[in-house]
Design a binder for this molecule. Structure first.
Ligand code: ZN
Length: 116
């Protein structure tokens, strides 16, 4: 699912994409300047290797995410630190976003039931 940022308005635009057993569901809303707000929830299961015993296990996921998407380079004009993902050509690929969120979760430390 690809979204043209230019078409995102103050009216929340709902989206839902899936990758294996993860559902990424939420909305996009125009914020200001070149920024689009994304609010969503990631839920389901991830298959991951345990960081202790290296056995594969299923990690339950239920995470709320919130960040901004910027068309082009984000120039921070003030002191507020924002979580911004920069995209090119006015287009955001929701599957790509989901995959990078999944990689983020996977890169955290997780151990299986047996090692807890
Ligand atoms: Zn383990």
């Amino acid at each position: 699912m690809k979204v043209t940022l230019r078409k995102v308005t103050k009216t929340p635009l709902d989206f839902e994409v899936k990758s294996n057993e993860i559902t990424f569901k939420g909305y996009l809303e125009y914020h200001l300047g070149k920024l689009i707000l994304l609010k969503a929830n990631l839920s389901g299961f991830l298959t991951k290797d345990c960081d202790i015993c290296a056995e594969e296990f299923k990690l339950p996921v239920d995470e709320d995410v919130e960040f901004f998407i910027c068309d082009g380079i984000y120039e921070n004009g003030n002191d507020i630190e924002l979580d911004v993902v920069e995209v090119l050509n006015d287009t955001v690929d929701m599957e790509e976003l989901l995959n990078s969120e999944i990689e983020l979760i996977k890169s955290d430390y997780h151990s299986c039931e047996n090692c807890k």
